[in-house]
Write a protein that binds this ligand. Structure first.
Ligand SMILES: Nc1ncnc2c1ncn2[C@@H]1O[C@H](COP(=O)(O)OP(=O)(O)O)[C@@H](O)[C@H]1O
Ligand SMILES: Cc1ncc(C[n+]2csc(CCOP(=O)(O)OP(=O)(O)O)c2C)c(N)n1
Ligand SMILES: [Mg+2]
Length: 343
């Protein structure tokens, strides 16, 4: 009977599926310090830790070639991977890049993707050291793996947040999601009337947040300079709500964030207004901002208090309180993770 059982993947969702397929994975090497469950795996390589992560971008799921320029796509493929390395408080060193291409692509088109890949490698100071090239029957796939390095006493996991810590964000959120909304709208307009040219000039900032995100390795350099090791950290690929819940779950804590303190750029705010979307939604549930969400010990607050590039959005408390948001109207609403639904 059970051989015939069929469970649809959407019953488990992305995280449920990952949990199921990885729950009986054994670790057999002493050098594997941290396996599945964080932004990157952690490997003991002697004096330092090496961190390793992988993320792929698929046509139709992560990008739409009708509005994603090929150079930007190459750049984004590297940036989103480097972001996972930064989330471990590490700096990237090597990448491998694998591509699956359909016969739609010319050599020149692939050159453009690699222009972006090489520009990102230069910018983040990473070496492209390998990869794989295959054909694809349905759409372009770019899969990247990345390594990084961090001193053993500076590694940061999702699991280190503790009661009293301050929740911080490295930059504004929601822009990438609103950029995507604008691009999708302009695509529709173009499809219904190809005479109409897309109007993107007024949306340069948010469209840029979607098409050409940056990994915040600069923040990792800054934290090192100031002498702060966050107690926990994660990058915002899936929306702040989902990422806060990952920190709470991994650390066994609860968290409160203040709606009023969520950094939403004026240009994102304006787009929300135009699309009649509450400005809190894209930041909490939109994703792809690739900012760093981290917690610091209260003791460290004075070191960053005046830093204009760090936003203090809330605090950590006990697990029983759960993850919640204090709204502008002083109401307390539980945070539920409505991140990107793959299934
Ligand atoms: N198919 C898989 N097999 C093994 N581990 C996986 C798989 N998919 C995801 N993971 C691991 O599960 C954790 C969560 O993955 P994910 O949510 O994609 O992380 P991130 O958002 O940082 O890229 C990571 O540690 C990742 O390496
Ligand atoms: C054409 C298109 N559709 C939808 C999106 C939105 N989107 C795609 S994946 C994603 C979430 C992040 O992707 P995932 O593969 O889950 O990254 P990970 O968390 O593993 O780093 C979002 C918001 C997009 N950027 N482009
Ligand atoms: Mg991540």
């Amino acid at each position: 009977m059970s051989e015939n059982k069929r469970t649809e993947v959407d019953q488990l969702g992305e995280f449920g599926l990952i949990e199921r397929i990885t729950k009986d994975v054994e670790i057999n090497h002493k050098s594997t310090v941290k396996g599945i469950g964080d932004d990157a795996a952690v490997i003991d390589c002697g004096d330092d830790y090496m961190v390793v992560s992988t993320d792929m971008l698929l046509e139709g799921i992560h990008f739409d070639l009708s509005f994603m320029p090929l150079q930007h796509l190459g750049y984004k493929a590297i940036a989103v991977n480097v972001s996972d390395i930064a989330a471990m408080n590490a700096l990237p060193e090597q990448v491998t890049v694998s591509i699956a291409i359909t016969n739609r692509f010319s050599v020149e088109a692939i050159d453009m993707i690699y222009q972006g890949i090489k520009a990102a490698c230069k910018n983040y100071n990473v070496d492209l050291v390998g990869g794989d090239t295959t054909s694809s029957r349905s759409g372009l796939v770019i899969s990247v793996s990345v390594t990084g390095r961090v001193a053993k006493d500076k590694i940061v996991y999702r699991s280190g947040a503790k009661k009293g810590d301050i929740l911080c964000l490295s930059g504004d959120i929601g822009g990438a999601y609103m950029g995507l909304q604008v691009l999708l709208r302009e695509k529709k307009v173009y499809e219904s009337n190809p005479e109409m040219q897309p109007k993107l000039d007024d949306y340069e900032y948010i469209v840029g947040r979607q098409l050409r995100p940056e990994a915040r390795t600069d923040v990792i350099h800054d934290l090192r300079e100031i002498g702060i090791v966050p107690t926990s950290m994660i990058d915002v690929s899936d929306g702040v709500a989902s990422e806060i819940m990952h920190i709470c779950k991994a650390s066994g804590v609860g968290a409160a964030i203040y709606e009023q303190k969520l950094p939403v750029d004026q240009r994102t705010f304006d787009a929300c207004h135009e699309f009649k979307i509450p400005s809190v939604t894209p930041g909490l549930n939109g994703g792809e901002d690739y900012e760093l969400l981290f917690t610091i010990d209260q003791e460290d607050f004075k070191k960053v208090e005046k830093n204009p590039n760090i936003y203090f959005i809330g605090y950590i408390d006990e697990a029983e309180s759960g993850a919640r948001m204090v709204t502008v109207g002083d109401q307390i609403v539980p945070i539920s993770a409505q991140g990107f639904k793959h299934f």
